[in-house]
Design a binder for this molecule. Sequence first.
Ligand code: PEP
Ligand code: MG
Length: 325
Amino acid sequence: AQERYASIREKKCVTLCGQRIELHMNAGLMADLPSLEGSGAEGVGLFRTELQFLIRAQMPRRSELSSLYARVLDAAQGKPVVFRTLDIGSDKVLPYMKTIDEPNPALGWRAIRVGLDKPGVMRMQLQALLRAACGRDLHIMFPFVAQYEEYTRARAEVDKTLAREARLGHTLPDKLRVGAMLETPSLAFAPIQFFRDVEFISIGGNDLKQFFFAADRENELVRRRYDTLNVSFLSFIERIVERCDATNTPLSFCGEDAGRPVEALCFAAIGLRSLSMRPASIGPVKSLLMRCDLREVRKVIHDARHRGAQSVRPAVMDWLRENAG
Ligand code: PEP
Ligand code: MG
């Protein structure tokens, strides 16, 4: 399938109206890295570090992690890689960690909640990341941040680890950026200081959508019930874009929906400038975006909303048939 898009692989994604949109890829294993070149992605917008923990029989050692992360950065050859710290707990249980029984694991003790309550593993992972970067740029992103204070506490852990590494005489990363995933609706309404403090935000649409509509992403009975292009959800994303624009906070979207061309187009039309997706989606998304005028799509979205449509999809599809066929 990537052959089909080979002619645009080396091209930057610029829409018909001249808007530049960054397209990054999601990854989690060493084996994903060759796709960075094959897909034409500009970087890794989401590196899911838990996969390395899930494929092992015991807790990896810091030195192993650090050499693994260094190899990821080597393979990226200077393209940015956003490492998401461990997103485990609830359904993603590590075989070597004590399990707890939770009535609603998706709403339970997971991700940064575990990281802050039991910081040992998080500190080890942060140290491994800092050592791997050693003089290079590093992006660290915390998953499942629900309130400002969780970000500041996690950030304080990064700063403590940085100071310790400096004391030990290790070379620090050149530039370090610390960001948060926005995947709980509460964070969208955090104090504006959060948006000023955080160095970048990535919308985790898979989780954000499940919590927005109260519809379990794993449950076949409901997971396709609400359209991502539902006007409520799009307005919500637009609100996040506005808050990030007002504070100059770099924003991207890294849920699976970013890899669906029509969804990606609508996200770009409401102001997202960076999308991260599975590598095979980069070609199709780029191809569509390059044929569209975002100002027109934005108008189609706003008109549909004004008319009281439930989803903007039918209107956008009609527009696409006439204008980007
Ligand atoms: C998300 O929630 O959209 C996301 C990118 O993270 P994950 O799918 O790993 O939960
Ligand atoms: Mg998530």
